[in-house]
Each structure stands twice: as C-alpha cells, then as structure tokens.
Design a protein around this ligand. Structure first.
Ligand code: SF4
Length: 550
C-alpha cells in the first residue's frame, strides 16, 4: 500500500437529513492497529464500511487511506479498492457467507477472482488459511448452516485474508468466539497488524486493550478522543471515554454514573452535551473539534473540580492533618476512609470552606471556569454533615431546611421556591405534600433526616457533594437505601461525590478511587476492586481482600 496513513478530515456520511458520521477527524499511521470503540449507534460500523469503500450514504470531507481519498474517489476506483485492496468482515457472521457453497469454496474464491490463482492452488491456499484459524480439514467441506457462529467468524477472517488486502477492517471480530479460540484469533490479528493496516471496530474494551495500537472513541457520529490505546484506556481524558470504561463490567461494573440520560441527536453543539456532567453554555452552541491531545471538548477534557495540596492543620497543638493532598474530578466518586480521629471530618470541613488550613492550598479550577456562583454558590460545593439531626435548627420546618441555601443565596424569590423545594424532596424520595413540608424537621426519623440533608445540599445543583459519614448512624436497610439514593442522584445529575467514611466496604461499593487517611496523613490510594496496598499507616489492609461493589 502506498503509505500506511489513515486520515479523516471533517469526514461526514449522511443519508438524507440524518448524519451517521459528522465532521470526523483523526489520524493513524502504521504499523499499529486502529481500534474504534463506542456504544451502539456511535458510527463505528459506518466508519468501517466507509474504510472498505462501501459508505452507506453520501460522503463529504476527506477519508484518506494510503494514497486514496475514499470520500471523493469515483466508482471505478472504489470498485478496485474493495475488490483487491481492502477486505471487511461484518459483525453478522450468519448472513455474510453464501449458504450454497462450502467454506473452502468461499475462502478460495477471492484468490481466484483477485489474485488469478488456479482453482487447485486456490483450494490448497484456502485449506491452509482455514487451518491457520483452527478449522481442521473435516470442516472445510461444510456449508455455513452446518457451522457454529465461532466457526463462521473464523472462516470469514480466513476469507478476508485470502486476497492479501492492504487494509483489513473487522467489525466485532471476536464476538462469537470462545476464550481459547479468541486467544488464537487475537494472536493472529496482532501478526496481521504488522503486515497490513488493521482496523478493528468493537465495543469490547478487553479486545481494544489486548490489541493496543491506537484507539478512536466515537460518540454520536463524532470523535470524542483518540490516542495510544494503552494511554487512553488507562487515563481517559474525555468524560464520555471515562463513562464508557466505567460501564464495562470488568472495569468495576459501576452503572453509567457520570453519564445521565441517553443519546440524543443534536444538530448543534457537542453531541455529548445532554449527558455531560461538566457542560457549560458553549457546549450547546459549538461543536468541539479534537485538540492537540486528540480530545474533543471545549473544557479540554475532564476537569478537576477540587484540588487540595499539602494541607496542614493542628488542634490544641496536636497535628490533625499533615501534608494531605487530593484531587476530585468532575463526575467521579472519591472515598476517604480512615479510623476515628484520623482527621477525616476536619478535612471535609476544610474542603467545603468551614475551616481554614494552617498551610497548603485549595483550588476549585473546574468550578471557577464553569462561570457559576463560585465555590459556595450554585454549581459549587455542597456539604452533607455527619450529624444530620444536629445540623438542623430546632424550630425549622422541612420546607425551611431545604429552602435555606436558596434564601441565603438570594435565590428564593419569584414564587418558584415551593416548587423547587418539592422537586428537591422528590429527588431524594421524600413526601412533597404540604403536611410534610410543614413538619418540624427534628421530628423526622434518622433515615428521613439524612435524605433531607441531601435534598438541602443538592438544591443549589452543586458540581461536588461532600458527604461526611452519610450512613454512619443508620441501620443496615436504611443505609443501603441512602447509598443507592446517592448513586442514583450521581447518575442522574453527574455530580462529583467526595465521601468520608470509616467503612471500607461502603467505600468500595461507592467509589472510583479510595484514599486512606491514617495518622493524619494520606497513606495510600487504591481502586475499589483491588486489595489495598500494604502500608505501615494503613489499618485497613487485609491481604488479598477484594470486596465487590454490590
Ligand atoms: S464539557 Fe462540553 S464539550 Fe466537553 S464533553 Fe462536555 S458537553 Fe462536550
């Protein structure tokens, strides 16, 4: 092939008014596989077809492979491209082969058609190819209806390679394979990537990881992020890439937190805007294009809502915090765990601005750049204190408690306050009838008070919710309901959550990252599914412990 470059510049595919791919731009140069990931409907298969020279609609822009621009090439050039130079294997293995012919006949056909190989030699070469994919001689004479899905998938791969194409495009190439056959095919794909340009379209994150190379993340027909596969999948920078990874069962099996709602076709703005936890006004107006790091986001990718560095605090001469640093990104959950007296609640109060550190810095870049009401205003940081009952004024009604933050912000006029309070109560699944709103807040049960504290905290639509031991005083069944509620609220609103707890299983269930605080210091950081690393300050360490989230 003339060069190994695959490049899209503002490449679009449309059918009538419907855009299947919109102004797609990316670049990949071999030898390395290009792996395209995304949810169903993201445009993966459309791109696969376009690369194979069979775009399913009108094309615009540039899609260059080697020396050929597939977006503007004439029919004769496309015919030659898909006949001799490019092969594609579609996802639907059952409908891809001719039911009238045997496997070996179908694998031999491209050799005779495109490489002018004699019938006898083509059959020999086809037999070798089928065997290289673990399909032994007795299977060669079978018709497709006599084969399993995995056998058909491998026969199709053999057929795609028969004409020795410059470009091999595979749509979900291992979806029908069992683990041992999958390993064989994966090894073969890695070898083929050294011989020709390989493009693999998949929603399988494990397959993407195993192939390596370069990854392109699609959403709503546009590129959200691209870069080296290992880097993008270990440190995603786009909110959609992070959500996609979180949803993958083997990445921890968390719900689609940080990705509320569902895909909506949008004519203007960022295609991800209706689900993004960090959108700003510009996201509804302009479509972002990939920056120098391959991230298409007006905010440069996932923003940091809170960054604390080297915090120090003493109380009565006793060190409470000694050099604690942490960051919280938009849409993520961080749990700070530690035994009683390790400084967790002091840290929480410093982070929400109720206490001042004696040294160290505290910044809220993601909140400041969003242009809302600042750290303590709308879109800022909200706090659910440890003792929900103690934090409620004795004479306050339910309505007063929830409305107070809005009133303090001067946002409580205009007759909308009762409806706003009712909505906040409904969000935390508390009653909204007048009789409940008029009740003295202190008369509620522990579980109800905890929900009330959460409703109050959420009324200013914070970017970050800091919750200090939100379930410590609750019995097991109420605790489970409050934790579920917090997860649901996070999923619906996409807010970041910083949870302080002494309960490691709770932290594991809720968090994306766990920070252990011991002896007033941040001892170590871990993921929820891995055992905590050994550390002299870590009272939580248990060898080999893994605790599932749910
Ligand atoms: S911040 Fe805006 S541009 Fe970035 S992903 Fe979210 S909605 Fe899109």
């Amino acid at each position: 092939m003339e060069g190994t470059l695959i490049e899209a510049i503002d490449f679009s595919v449309s059918i009538g008014a419907s855009r299947l791919l919109t102004r797609l731009s990316f670049r990949s140069e071999g030898p390395e596989p290009l792996v395209v990931v995304g949810e169903s409907g993201a445009g993966k298969s459309t791109l696969a077809r376009a690369l194979a020279g069979i775009a399913p609609g009108r094309t615009a822009g540039t899609l260059r492979v080697g020396g050929l621009d597939l977006a503007t090439a004439g029919e004769a050039a496309l015919l030659a491209w898909r006949g001799r130079r490019a092969s594609i294997v579609f996802q639907d293995v059952h409908g891809a082969l001719n039911p009238q012919h045997t496997l070996i006949e179908q694998v031999a056909e491209p050799l005779r058609l495109h490489r002018a190989v004699s019938r006898r030699n083509a059959r020999h070469a086809a037999a070798d190819l089928l065997e290289s994919f673990g399909l032994a001689a007795p299977l060669h004479g079978r018709h497709p209806a006599q084969c399993s899905g995995g056998q058909l998938q491998r026969a199709l791969l053999a057929m795609a390679l028969a004409s020795s194409p410059d470009l091999l495009v595979l749509d979900e190439p291992t979806s029908a394979l069992d683990p041992s056959t999958r390993a064989l095919v994966l090894a073969r794909l890695r070898t083929e990537a050294l011989r020709r340009r390989l493009v693999v379209v998949t929603h399988d994150i494990d397959l993407a990881r195993a192939l390596g190379g370069r990854v392109l993340v699609l959403y709503g027909g546009g590129a959200m992020e691209s870069g080296p596969t290992e880097l993008v999948l270990s440190s995603p920078r786009h909110p959609y890439t992070r959500g996609l990874l979180r949803a993958w069962p083997r990445e921890g099996g968390k719900d689609l937190q940080g990705i509320p709602g569902s895909y909506e076709e949008r004519a203007v703005g960022c295609p991800f805007a209706n689900r993004c936890c960090q959108r700003v006004a510009r996201c509804d107006e302009d479509r972002p294009t990939p920056d120098g790091n391959g991230v298409a986001c007006h905010r440069g990718g996932i923003v940091t809502v809170l960054a604390a560095h080297d915090l120090h605090k003493t109380l009565g001469g006793r060190p409470i915090l000694q050099g604690v640093s942490l960051e919280v990104q938009s849409g993520e959950t961080v749990a700070i765990v530690g035994e009683s007296g390790t400084g967790k609640s002091t840290l929480a109060r410093i982070l929400v601005g109720l206490q001042r550190p004696e040294a160290g810095t505290l910044a809220t870049p993601g909140i400041d750049s969003a242009g809302g009401g600042g750290r303590n205003g709308r879109g800022g940081i909200a706090y659910v204190p440890q003792n929900a009952a103690g934090s409620v004024a004795g004479h306050f009604s339910v309505f007063d408690v929830v409305a107070e933050p809005l009133v303090i912000q001067g946002d409580g006029d205009g007759g909308t306050l009762p409806a706003t309070v009712r909505r906040a109560l409904a969000d935390v699944r508390l009653p909204t009838a007048d009789a409940f709103l008029e009740r003295c807040a202190r008369s509620l049960s522990g579980g109800e008070l905890q929900r009330l504290a959460i409703a109050r905290a959420l009324i200013l639509e914070p970017a970050l919710l800091v919750a200090d031991e939100p379930t410590a005083a609750l019995d097991a069944s109420v605790q489970a309901k409050v934790l579920r509620l917090l997860l649901d609220l996070q999923e619906a609103r996409g807010l970041a959550l910083l949870m302080i707890t002494h309960d490691l299983p709770v932290a594991r269930r809720m968090a994306d990252r766990i920070l252990v605080l011991a002896n007033s210091q941040a001892a170590l950081e871990a993921t929820p599914i891995d055992p905590l690393p050994t550390h002299p300050n870590n009272a939580y360490h248990r060898d080999g412990e893994t605790c599932p989230r749910n």
